[in-house]
Design a protein around this ligand. Structure first.
Ligand code: PNS
Length: 187
């Protein structure tokens, strides 16, 4: 029997990854260091995508002097997700959209903590879309307990010897201990 819905043809869904059926999300950033707020977004993104590529940027829009060398950041983050087959960690230089296109991904994920993040994120999203109209940027809200958390605050607290053990994964904390001393782990 024909109902009013039986003629419905669902719209064709573009695959996020062109080479294969896996929907890949790119999660870009400087991750200096990776925090539990980043980790929270990565785990949320894994509910939307089959895989997440953590793209550690050599060049950032807001110029900043990195505390931890790029290669070391990639190494530490790779260790954090060593047991997560759906998470890959890669460094990239050049434009984010070129990296995404080269990876066959059409989805970029960014965390949005507060209204203060919005303008910067919105500008980047629209610029990325004008550079490559096929890209989609989605903003995800972190768990409420991480809305105040940022890498720059962790760096500042750690550099002053404060305990940051509640804000970063244990592997990152070990690196921070090496760099800043045992106080950052509350020891
Ligand atoms: O964690 P950050 O530092 O806010 O991340 C910013 C990042 C890395 C996502 C952004 O600076 C970026 O995409 N850099 C790559 C170069 C690029 O594509 N610039 C144009 C962005 S509109």
């Amino acid at each position: 029997m024909e109902t009013r819905y039986s003629r419905f043809i669902p719209p064709r869904r573009e695959k996020t990854q062109v080479n294969g059926n896996r929907r890949i999300a790119i999660y870009p950033g400087s991750f200096d260091p990776l925090t539990l707020g980043h980790d929270d977004i990565i785990r949320r993104a894994l509910k939307l995508a089959d895989g997440v590529v953590i793209a550690v940027a050599e060049r950032t829009t807001k110029p900043k002097e990195p505390t931890c060398p790029l290669k070391k950041r990639v190494e530490i983050i790779s260790e954090v997700y060593a047991d997560e087959p759906s998470v890959e960690v890669v460094q990239f230089s050049g434009l984010l959209v070129d990296f995404a296109r080269a990876r066959g991904a059409r989805l970029i994920v960014r965390g949005l903590r507060a209204v203060s993040d919005f303008e910067y994120e919105f500008q980047m999203a629209l610029m990325n879309r004008s550079l490559w109209p096929e890209i989609e940027v989605i903003f995800m809200a972190p768990a409420t307990s991480y809305t105040f958390l940022s890498s720059s605050l962790v760096r500042e607290v750690a550099s002053l010897g404060g305990d940051v053990s509640a804000f970063v994964p244990p592997i990152v904390l070990e690196y921070l201990v090496e760099y800043y001393g045992p106080g950052v782990a509350g020891r």
